[in-house]
Design a protein around this ligand. Structure first.
Ligand code: DAV
Length: 305
């Protein structure tokens, strides 16, 4: 068998090797170490795989699931770098008390999100890997419930050759992970959740470099399936196979239609019954190898003023 090579710099280059999460032995609520979405834990940047700090207490041990694979990649790929972000203490000081109380309505939540007042505090660096999107030299990170500003600062210091950008999507009352909100499809094209639009003052790097941000199609469902904690916008939690081909969940007919109109070949995958285990096609996978190298998709940022 061919030896593993770890190399992936963005969300769209031709995918050759991917980790696919399994829901075997899962319990809701979680009772054991097994949980599904590898995307939430593992951040692949070039030949490095970085284990995120995570910010939910119940996910503190999740990295252990992937250690056998990490060991295998370490043995097989002489360039592979296995990294782990400092494990957080996750004491009460990490969370605003009563933030998630059911007495707080959506209007208040939206006002809090607009003010960037989230459930997590700035006690220590926190991030989930699924809050990060990779665009070659640029990393785009959502500041929200699962990633705080110290977490983003930690990433900036950890990846000194990258530009790290903080983004917010004020329309989201529960900003957890960027991958049902902002989905790059290929160089120059990003889907954005129309209920969570990127604010105008954060669009400059995209418009200056010829990137188009289009509204994603409406999900085919009004509600998530039973026991699923994500929103119906898992419709846009796509997995790009290469800049012309995309995996779309089989029941998400409007999303598939939009992909077709945008010139992408659609491959349907039935996954909705697994949403309860942590998410859609992007969530339940983690890149190991995509053909291609680190490129600069935002050259205007390199020009000094
Ligand atoms: O819209 O509920 C789900 C993202 C899961 N990784 C949402 C975000």
């Amino acid at each position: 068998m061919q030896k593993t090579i770890v190399n992936s710099w963005n969300e769209w280059d031709p995918l050759r090797h991917v980790i696919v999460g399994r829901a075997d032995d899962c319990h809701i609520p979680p009772r054991s170490l097994r949980w599904m979405p590898p995307r939430d834990v593992l951040l692949t940047v070039g030949s490095e795989m970085l284990e995120a700090t995570m910010s939910y207490r119940c996910r503190w041990f999740e990295y252990l699931n992937y250690r056998p694979l990490m060991q295998q990649y370490f043995d097989e790929d002489p360039n592979f770098r296995h990294e782990s972000a400092p494990k957080p203490r996750l004491t009460d000081a990490d969370y605003h008390p009563d933030y998630l109380s059911e007495k707080i309505g959506d209007a208040k939540r939206l006002a809090w999100a607009a003010k960037k007042f989230f459930v997590t505090t700035e006690e220590e660096p926190l991030f989930d890997a699924a809050d990060v999107l990779r665009f070659g030299r640029d990393l785009v990170v959502q500041h929200g419930f699962t990633t705080n500003l110290k977490g983003i600062e930690w990433l900036r210091r950890h990846f000194p050759d990258h530009r790290v950008h903080t983004v917010n999507f004020p329309g989201d009352p529960y900003p957890i992970h960027i991958d049902a909100t902002f989905t790059p499809l290929r160089p120059g094209l990003i889907l954005n959740n129309p209920h969570r639009r990127l604010p105008d003052d954060q669009r400059k790097m995209y418009t200056d470099n010829g990137w188009e941000i289009v509204d994603a199609a409406t999900p085919a469902h009004n509600t998530p399936p039973p026991l699923c904690y994500s929103s119906p916008w898992l419709s846009m939690n796509l997995l790009v196979l290469d800049p012309k081909t995309v995996y779309v969940e089989k029941s998400e007919v409007y999303q598939a239609e939009q992909m077709d109109k945008l010139g992408m070949e659609v491959v349907e995958v039935e996954l909705r019954d697994a949403y309860a285990f942590g998410g859609g096609l992007h969530c339940c996978t983690a890149d190991v190898y995509r053909a291609g190298k680190c490129e600069d998709y935002f050259p205007s940022l390199s020009i000094l003023p």
